[in-house]
Design a protein around this ligand. Structure first.
Ligand code: NAD
Ligand code: ZN
Length: 345
């Protein structure tokens, strides 16, 4: 007989989400069934909750959403080796083709045929989630589950922050959302000299201060060039991380870089952004787009946390999954960092 489980589902085209019973997935050949312990809410889940134009194009209801999670192996599909039931795991959310040029080269973040868990197929806001074995990440039992729950987003921050060398460098991060705040912690941990973060939301700037930034700047009322001077910067930032998706933030970032500076672009804009090409050219800037995570970022995250990087200041809310609505309201308020949902009964 088919077994049923609780899942947070987009039931039909339109705003909102519903907690309902759905069948427990059955792992096919090469797949792994994971019993979910904890999940975290991502901005993507909020787009789906709101049923915004992006969600209307990408989401095919009814489906279970969510892609940030930690749990344990519950069952193995035919042919799966090297994993045992009960083992602590998380999962890379991008399911890639294994055949394209980038996949062959190990650059799965640039696969031409990526499918996303919780977007293109059923997700992890459920008691169980099923993914291909190649996406399963074994997690050390010593790592805190509240943090591993959002390793997917932590991985975006790691990918962006570690794209360019950081030792002794002055870093500007535009956007103190959860990913910007985590990236600030990574930059300090990785040996940056000054880490300055900007936002227009004081609640989030305060979280960034708890993460140890040298300055958290509200650009709606504070003068970034003055703060750069106060922090001892003379030629501009060496490394820039764009993590807001806001065009004005990107323009400010480009204007604040030193000649020869390196810029990683993670933030996704909902409209085209005008850029001053001449500044990019005459400064000789390098601009690198960042998508998803590299598989190696999963190892780097585990080792950074084991090595003492504490990203728990970014966790602002914890709820049981049956209170998921409160979690989404916290995300929608803007006065939140990471929201973690507990799936244990
Ligand atoms: P978020 O929306 O929670 O945070 C963005 C922050 O930028 C907010 O706090 C907002 O107040 C701030 N902001 C708005 N205008 C600003 C301005 N002018 N200057 C400075 N800050 C400003 O997002 P998040 O979850 O932290 O993710 C960061 C960004 O990365 C988002 O744009 C998200 O869509 C994107 N993202 C990209 C990938 C990828 O693979 N490329 C993956 C995950 C997230
Ligand atoms: Zn591929």
């Amino acid at each position: 007989m088919e077994q049923l489980m609780d899942a947070i589902v987009k039931p039909a085209a339109g705003p909102g989400l519903t907690l309902r019973k759905v069948p427990v997935p059955v792992p096919g050949p090469g797949e792994v069934l994971i019993k979910v312990h904890k999940t975290a809410i991502c901005g993507t889940d909020v787009h789906i909750y709101n049923w915004d134009p992006w969600a209307q194009v990408h989401i095919k209801p009814p489906m279970t959403i969510g892609h940030e999670y930690v749990g344990e192996v519950a069952a193995l599909g035919a042919g799966v080796t090297g994993l045992t039931v009960g083992q602590r795991v998380s999962g890379e959310g991008h399911i890639t083709c294994h055949r394209c040029r980038n996949c062959h080269n190990g650059d799965i973040q640039w696969c031409k045929d990526t499918l996303s868990v919780g977007v293109d197929r059923d997700g992890a806001f459920a008691e169980y989630v099923c993914i291909p074995q190649s996406n399963v990440i074994i997690i050390d039992e010593g790592l805190p589950e509240d943090v591993v729950a959002f390793f997917d987003a932590f991985g975006n921050a790691t990918h962006t922050a570690l794209m360019f060398p950081l030792i002794g460098e002055d870093v500007l991060i535009t956007g103190a959302g959860p990913i910007g705040i985590i990236a600030a912690g990574i930059c300090k941990f990785a040996g940056a000299r000054r880490v300055i973060i900007t936002d227009v939301n004081d609640y989030r700037l305060e979280l960034a201060r708890k993460m140890g930034v040298d300055a958290a700047v509200n650009t709606a009322r504070e003068d970034l060039p003055q703060i750069m001077k106060d922090q001892g910067l003379t030629e501009g930032f060496d490394v820039g991380l764009e993590m807001s998706g806001n065009g004005r933030a990107l323009q400010q970032l480009i204007g604040s870089m030193r000649n020869g500076g390196k810029v990683s672009l993670l933030g996704i804009s909902n409209k085209p952004v005008e850029l001053d090409m001449n500044t990019i050219i005459t400064k000789g800037l390098t601009l690198q787009g960042i998508y998803g995570r590299k598989m190696d970022n999963w190892h780097q995250m585990s080792y950074m946390v084991q090595g003492g990087l504490d990203v728990t200041p970014v966790i602002t809310h914890r709820f049981h999954y049956t209170d998921f609505e409160k979690g989404f309201q916290a995300m929608l308020s803007g006065n939140s960092g990471k929201v973690v949902l507990d799936w244990t009964k």
